[in-house]
Design a protein around this ligand. Structure first.
Ligand SMILES: [Zn+2]
Length: 317
């Protein structure tokens, strides 16, 4: 069974308008000369992310041979200083609706900024609507060990929910330094019974830090999305990163994730999901080329066995 522990789908109005404005600016200025304003508008950015009924996501998962995936909700309102046009409860209904439309195929983690006064009641509402965990996004401006984040982790442990922290460095308009996974040691200490997913495994600045944090806490896991950015430039480097993670924490504590977004800009022929799944699946045959070794059993745990255990879909192997 192949499970993608980290995917996204959105409908129109799910992001604060500031997100599309900043993304359009970033993408236009990523090349020289900059693309003119009319070539990439905030409206065009948002239109690229829209998947109202999850059909594009379902198609991408199917094409990649992924059996089940976990949707991550985001809440950038405080971080970007501007609320999304669509209310949080309606966004929650969208994810609960997708999970209901694709039973056994789509699960979701609720996203809420822990600094919101109603964060805990929103989390409890989401749990009642079927959320399997909580996604926290520190680059919105709080460190992983912010007291409000730790308090929500305590609630999740009591409710039997997992928590995923985003730990990839991400630049403007976010505060990427807040994602440093070293601060998770304080969370593990405060909530030792937490099931903690270290989202993006510290990509690209903090891989060894993420692995060190996961290694000593039995309830923590590395989630490896975004590292596939190395796939085209240097597959050997990617094999070595994954083998180092395995050596440090064990294959039983790594979960496959892609951070795949559905939408006209990312789905169908543009989807990179199948290539990433294939790369991990083929590691037992290919890793030797780069002087490393993976067994089929290890890859089975990474690709789905561990996440099935976390989601309660399978008995522990
Ligand atoms: Zn993500």
């Amino acid at each position: 069974m192949i499970i993608d522990a980290h995917v996204h789908a959105f409908d129109r109005g799910f992001f604060p308008p500031a997100f599309a404005r900043a993304t359009a600016l970033r993408w236009r200025h990523a090349v020289w000369p900059p693309r003119p304003a009319g070539a990439l508008t905030p409206e065009a950015v948002e239109a690229g992310y829209v998947d109202p009924d999850g059909r594009l996501l379902a198609g991408d998962l199917e094409a990649a041979g992924v059996d089940a995936a976990v949707l991550m909700m985001l809440d950038h309102g405080i971080g970007l200083g501007e609320e999304a046009p669509v209310a949080r409860d309606r966004i929650l209904e969208y994810y609960a609706g997708l999970a209901a439309r694709y039973p056994g195929r789509l699960y979701f983690f609720v996203g809420v900024d822990p600094r919101r006064p109603d964060a805990e009641s929103f989390l409890r509402r989401a749990a009642a609507r079927g959320a399997r965990g909580l996604k926290l996004y520190p680059p919105d401006g709080f460190p992983c060990d912010h007291p409000a984040a730790v308090a929500l982790c305590r609630v999740c442990a009591d409710l039997g929910l997992a928590v995923m922290f985003h730990t990839a460095f991400v630049g403007w308009p976010f505060e990427g330094d807040k994602a440093n996974p070293l601060a998770l040691t304080a969370v593990q200490k405060a909530v030792p019974d937490l099931v903690l997913l270290v989202g993006h495994a510290g990509y690209p600045l903090w891989g060894p830090e993420a692995a060190a944090v996961v290694a000593d806490h039995p309830g923590s896991y590395l989630e490896i999305s975004q590292w596939q950015d190395l796939l085209d430039q240097d597959p050997g480097a990617l094999v070595r990163v994954l083998a180092d993670f395995r050596d440090r924490v064990g294959a039983h504590r790594i979960v496959f994730g892609s951070d795949h977004c559905s939408g006209p800009r990312f789905s169908g022929a543009r989807s990179r999901l199948a290539a990433w799944v294939r790369f991990v699946r083929d590691l037992p045959e290919t890793a030797g080329r780069y002087g490393r070794r993976f067994t089929r059993e290890e890859v089975d745990l990474i690709l789905g066995g561990n996440m099935a255990r976390i989601l309660g879909l399978a008995a522990p192997a």
